[in-house]
Every structure is written in structure tokens, then in C-alpha cells.
Ligand binder design. Structure first.
Ligand code: DC
Length: 226
């Protein structure tokens, strides 16, 4: 098994950007587990599964589904769905389906497989909601990235505008708040701050300031905790 830098945090805290830059700085591979949840939700929707369907239907629908993440792109049955998973709808369904046991059971071995010796024991920077607590509890370094609700909604708004998928600031606030609630209140693997994680509030920090802080932590200059 390779070294794992595990990053958790709510939507819009800057995890993806930071995980990507940190991976590049360390020479590690990058894994966006939110993309895996989004691709899984897409697979379920393609198969006509609805949020109110029971666990058996979800489990059966996921039988034989192949999801992969390579070079920053996510594949569903070998088709690149990196763009498709970024719609508001895909975000919504990924948050809803990620609370379901068969979905989490389906993705757990897949995520761990990225750092296992069978896949070459790669060193990884992984980001998601349960990286430090459930998927890689023995991670080499752990972080929790956070930011105020307003700032995270602002980032979501800009991200959608950049992708020419305009939403209002009110919609962005509502969407982020709803996802926070769902991701932290679900029964299985809820988003929470691990005591072993180094907490960074990114609200008033630039990307390079956060990256610098993370590298300092990795080099052992800081202790974990909030
Ligand atoms: O990070 P993201 O917005 O792309 O993630 C999409 C959804 O997937 C998010 O609302 C919660 C879920 N998710 C999860 O439950 N566990 C993870 N490790 C990553 C994402």
C-alpha cells in the first residue's frame, strides 16, 4: 500500500483544487472520490433507479457497473463522463444516493484499490467526505478543509458560471446548505471532523496559502486539530 494524504470537507471548501495541486507538488496520484459518487449516481439514473427505491434494487443495478478514475478523468463503463457528472442534477443525485448502503459498499473497495499493492501501491492524495474516517483511517496525513457557507456558495456560483451553467446566488446557497445537511446527517459514513485531521479554514486564504500550509503540515511543522 502506498502513502495516502486524506482530505475531507464540505462542498466548496476547495478540496479538489487543493488535492490536485498537492498531488502535483508531492508527485502523488490524485483521486476525487466525489467524482466516483457522481458517476455511480449517473449509472443508477441511467438504469432508472429512483431515490425511493429499496437497497436491493440499487445493489442489483450496480452489479457489473465499472467505474474508474484515471488522469483526473472519471469513466463509467469505459466512457468518459467527467463533464456529465458536473451538472446540478448529478450533484443532487450523488448526494442523495451516497447516503445509501449499497452505494457505499460498492465504492469502498474501489477507493481502497487505488492505493493497494495490486494496483502498484501508488502514493495518493484523496479527497471526499469520509477519507480520514472510513476509507483510509490509517492515512499517512489527514486534513479537513472548511470555509464559510457564503464563501462556499460563492465558489459554487463561480464554478457553475465558468462552466456556462448559470445559477443564482440564492440557488447556490440553498444547494450548498442542503448538501451540508445531507452529507453530515446521514447514518452511514457522515462527514465529520476527525480528531487526527489538521483543520484549515480556507475562507480568507488563497489557494497557494492553503497549499503552503498543507505542505508545512506534511513536513511536520504543525500539530493536528482545530
Ligand atoms: O465532492 P462532490 O461534491 O463531487 O461529491 C458529490 C457527493 O458525493 C457529495 O454530495 C457527497 C458524496 N460523497 C460522499 O458521500 N463521500 C465521499 N467520499 C465523496 C463524496
Amino acid at each position: 500500500m502506498g502513502k495516502v494524504v486524506a482530505i475531507d470537507g464540505p462542498s466548496g471548501a476547495g478540496k479538489s483544487t487543493l488535492a490536485r495541486s498537492l498531488a502535483a507538488a508531492l508527485g502523488f496520484e490524485y483521486l476525487d472520490t466525489g467524482a466516483l459518487y457522481r458517476a455511480t449516481a449517473l449509472a443508477l439514473r441511467f438504469k432508472g433507479v429512483a431515490p425511493e427505491d429499496d437497497d436491493k434494487k440499487i445493489k442489483d443495478a450496480l452489479e457489473g457497473v465499472r467505474i474508474d478514475f484515471r488522469d483526473g478523468k472519471v469513466y463509467l463503463d469505459d466512457r468518459d463522463v467527467s463533464e456529465e457528472i458536473r451538472t446540478k442534477e448529478a450533484g443532487h443525485y450523488s448526494s442523495v444516493f451516497s447516503a445509501r448502503r449499497p452505494v457505499r459498499d460498492f465504492l469502498l473497495p474501489l477507493q481502497r484499490g487505488f492505493s493497494s499493492s495490486s494496483s502498484g501501491g501508488k502514493d495518493l492524495v484523496v479527497e471526499g467526505r469520509d477519507m480520514t474516517t472510513v476509507v483510509f483511517p490509517g492515512a499517512w496525513k489527514k486534513f479537513y478543509l472548511d470555509a464559510s457557507l457564503l464563501e462556499r456558495a460563492r465558489r459554487r456560483y463561480e464554478q457553475m458560471a465558468a462552466a456556462r451553467r448559470h445559477i443564482s446566488m440564492e440557488d447556490a446557497m440553498e444547494d450548498v446548505a442542503l448538501r451540508d445537511k445531507r452529507d453530515s446527517s446521514r447514518e452511514i459514513a457522515p462527514l465529520k471532523i476527525s480528531e487526527e485531521a489538521f483543520y484549515i479554514d480556507t475562507t480568507n486564504l488563497s489557494e497557494s496559502q492553503v497549499l503552503e500550509k498543507m505542505i508545512e503540515v506534511i513536513n511536520g511543522c504543525w500539530m493536528a486539530g482545530k
